[in-house]
Write a protein that binds this ligand. Structure first.
Ligand SMILES: Nc1ncnc2c1ncn2[C@@H]1O[C@H](COP(=O)(O)OP(=O)(O)OP(=O)(O)O)[C@@H](O)[C@H]1O
Length: 717
């Protein structure tokens, strides 16, 4: 916690708006570093919070800290995730404006931890009636469940979320949480069947084996040894010292009970998890091109756990039925295709189980009784950050597309809207240049012309489309685009490092080379009909509801993976666009191997692609505080006799505010009167002289505190 002025002085500025050399990247990094080295991980750019992952527990999240931040003006206290949350929460309750807290940053930068702190603060600060406590408990308990099924150890983060998450919390008019809703995005299901070296499958598999009691494991026919299971042995073999799987399993079981999952549901969930482990061990042999199951007893176990007929499952794993306009033909699969079908089954079952879990959580979180009462909603978005790996595939393409969309939203909601607002309000303003990434979003998603359309066309066309024919089409259609680089037209130094099956996109955050291998397959996301049919009759109710019969009867071709993802992202953008945003931009100061170190280059890269320098330029140029005249007058009318208890002069709230600022002694440079709002500059203009500004510029909390205290004191005179 920042207390003494001495400490604060040494630790840079709390708000980048105060940075002397605000155009310099070096000065920016230097300020973050100074603060990081003093364990001051939070810094503002106006109201955007930058959070640098400390990789260690800091004593700044206690109940006492929550109390200190509660109901304080945003700038009265040092920067903190609690201040951002308090500000959003109060706007929600006092001004009835829907809020969203958007948390972004790369893997391991601290997004999920930040989202938990937001929830912690809300839970601590909102009503304490027993019904409300129940809702809060469920909201908090949904985290361990989602993490168990949706998180995994990666080489960047031991607890990496492998899905995107948006959680809405509904509040009643008194500010008590009454329900919630979670949306999940694109689970990285390929992890179920294979993991990179040093990585693990989803936590739940290890948790079940380590924490399930003997009776449960016997019932599921599981043994504790991890290397007994093919799906667990690709990446990291063994347990992790940083994760207590057994303990976490107990937490998950307890959470499931709090969230009202019945004993039957829990049994079925773990049955499905176990069935996937067994399925991974199923082998095939091939005679005359036809695959046959070798390990029949394993198929029997899988069938028992899913509640399907073992012979039918065996046949479905080794055959494929095609219904071509009424002509139904069944043909045997070869060994390679049977393995493909088995893996597709494991991925589909797990992916749908995850979506089912989210829906089931939502049923439990649904607001019981709202009776037409006004509901306020606060959303928290914790979604994967931009990814640039050595090898980038379909998954990275989807994730980076998502980040382009979020950057577009950031531009719309902050940079562009800031400038638009000045224009609309008739306030003189010199436009600030910024890079608008709409051109990249269009390159990816424009109808008929964009990469998604070209990919879908290639997936759906008759003939023999392949990843390479897809790449050729991309290059034919997009080679002139400034943000698309193909091998043929790449500059020599890039050509040297690019393979023939790769294309490169110039993203707003940097250049990424994607390998097209697997694009068609992953986009088609094919699960053979025979397997779907078998599962649609499953005795395990969860499985049956995940594979509904209607899906088989539907004549419509299922949407491709990328189209589904684009639709869900566009829906998310619509949800976020109508809310007031608060931003938490998370930064990872180093890699896992060197905790405590602040790597300037790594941080600079993130500062650039998070658009923080542009954000600062716009913020510096503008007005930091603005309020609609009626709201401002209502809130501060007590500060002047001419406006208290009500302003009675002509001209309405605008004239009232004009009178008020005059009475408060603001000079013309400190504020501007817009069409509908008052705009105030600060903090520089809160000082009488340059000297007093220079003397106190590091101490923004004190400045603002003094300012508000001053106002109140003047009011009491
Ligand atoms: N405020 C914090 N205090 C202490 N440790 C933190 C904090 N934020 C992050 N960490 C540490 O860093 C790890 C990674 O953080 P987190 O899981 O929140 O990253 P993420 O951005 O959500 O990553 P991913 O995108 O991979 O899910 C945490 O498990 C925790 O150990």
């Amino acid at each position: 916690m920042e207390t003494g002025l001495h400490e604060r002085d040494r630790a840079g500025v709390q708000d980048f708006v105060l940075l002397e050399n605000y155009q310099s990247e070096d000065a920016f990094i230097d300020n973050l570093k100074k603060r990081f080295q003093e364990n001051l991980i939070y810094t503002y750019i106006g109201q955007v919070l930058i959070s640098v992952n400390p990789y260690k527990q800091l004593p700044i999240y206690s109940d006492a800290h929550i109390k200190e931040y509660k109901n304080k003006h945003f700038y009265e206290m040092p920067p903190h995730v609690f201040a951002v949350t308090d500000n959003a929460f109060r706007s929600l309750i006092e001004e009835n404006r829907g809020q969203c807290v958007l948390i972004s940053g790369e893997s391991g930068s601290g997004k999920t931890e930040a989202s938990k702190k937001v929830l912690q603060y809300i839970a601590a600060c909102s009503g304490h009636q027993s019904t409300v406590e129940g809702v809060k408990d469920k909201l908090l308990k949904s985290n361990p469940v989602l993490e168990a099924f949706g998180n995994a150890k990666t080489n960047r983060n031991d607890n990496s979320s492998r899905f995107g998450k948006y959680m809405d919390i509904q509040f009643d008019y008194k500010g008590a949480p009454i329900g919630g809703n979670i949306l999940n995005y694109l689970l990285e299901k390929s992890r179920v069947v294979a993991q990179m070296g040093g990585e693990r499958n989803f936590h739940i598999f290890y948790q079940l084996l380590a924490g399930g009691d003997d009776a449960l494991l016997t019932e599921l026919r599981l043994e504790r040894a991890l290397d007994s299971y093919n799906y667990l042995s690709d990446g990291l073999k063994g347990n992790l010292s940083s994760i207590d799987d057994a303990q976490n399993f107990k937490q998950v079981q307890q959470a499931l009970s709090v969230i009202d999952f019945t004993a039957d549901e829990q049994r079925e969930i773990f049955g499905i998890v176990a069935s996937i482990l067994h399925l991974g061990n199923v082998n095939f042999e091939e005679t005359e091109g036809n695959a046959q199951v070798v390990s029949r007893d394993l198929v029997v176990t899988v069938a028992r756990l899913l509640g399907v007929n073992a012979s039918e499952l065996s046949a479905a794993l080794t055959h494929r039925t095609i219904d071509a306009r009424g002509d139904v033909v069944t043909s045997p699969l070869n060994q390679e295709l049977a393995v493909y079908a088995k893996d597709a089954l494991a991925k589909a079952v797990y992916d749908r189980l995850f979506s089912w879990l989210v829906q089931r959580l939502n049923i439990s979180l649904q607001a019981r009784e709202t009776r037409g009462a006004r509901n306020n909603v606060m959303g928290i978005l914790d979604i994967y950050g931009f990814e640039i790996f050595n090898k980038n595939n379909f998954e990275q393409f989807c994730i980076n597309f998502c980040n382009e969309k979020l950057q577009q939203l950031f531009i719309e909601l902050t940079l562009k809207s800031e400038q638009d607002e000045y224009r609309r309000e008739g306030i003189e303003w010199i436009p600030v240049e910024y890079f608008d990434n709409k051109v990249i979003c269009n390159l990816i998603e424009e109808k008929h012309k964009g990469i998604i359309s070209i990919l879908d066309e290639e997936c759906l066309r008759p003939g023999e489309p392949t990843d390479i024919t897809f790449l050729q089409k991309l290059t034919n259609k997009l080679s002139e685009h400034h943000h698309y680089v193909c091998h043929e037209k790449a500059p020599t130094h890039i050509q040297k490092i690019m393979l023939r099956d790769e294309f490169r996109l110039v993203h707003y955050a940097g250049e990424v080379t994607y390998s097209v291998i697997g694009f068609l397959d992953k986009n088609n996301d094919l699960l053979f009909r025979d397997l779907k049919e078998t599962l649609s009759k499953a005795g395990n109710k969860i499985v049956r509801s995940c594979f509904p019969e209607q899906e088989l009867r539907s004549k419509k071709r299922p949407e491709t993976a990328i189209t589904q993802f684009r639709t869900s992202l566009n829906n998310l953008m619509d949800i976020l666009m109508c809310k007031e945003p608060s931003y938490i931009r998370c930064i990872k100061p180093n890699d896992l191997q060197s905790p405590g170190v602040f790597n300037d280059q790594l941080v600079l890269h993130q500062v650039k692609y998070l658009g923080l320098m542009e954000n600062l330029r716009v913020r510096r140029a503008g007005f930091a505080y603005r309020r609609a005249y009626d709201l401002f007058l209502e809130r501060y009318k007590c500060l002047s006799k001419s406006t208290w208890p009500n302003y009675k002069g002509a001209g309405g709230p605008k004239a009232g505010v004009q009178q008020l600022v005059k009475d408060l002694g603001y000079d013309n440079e400190q504020y501007k009167m817009g069409e509908t709002k008052l705009f105030i500059r600060w903090p520089r203009t809160l000082f009488d002289t340059e000297d007093s500004y220079q003397a106190k510029k590091h101490d923004i909390a004190a400045i603002i505190q003094a300012h508000w205290k001053g106002l109140v004191q003047r009011a009491s005179i």
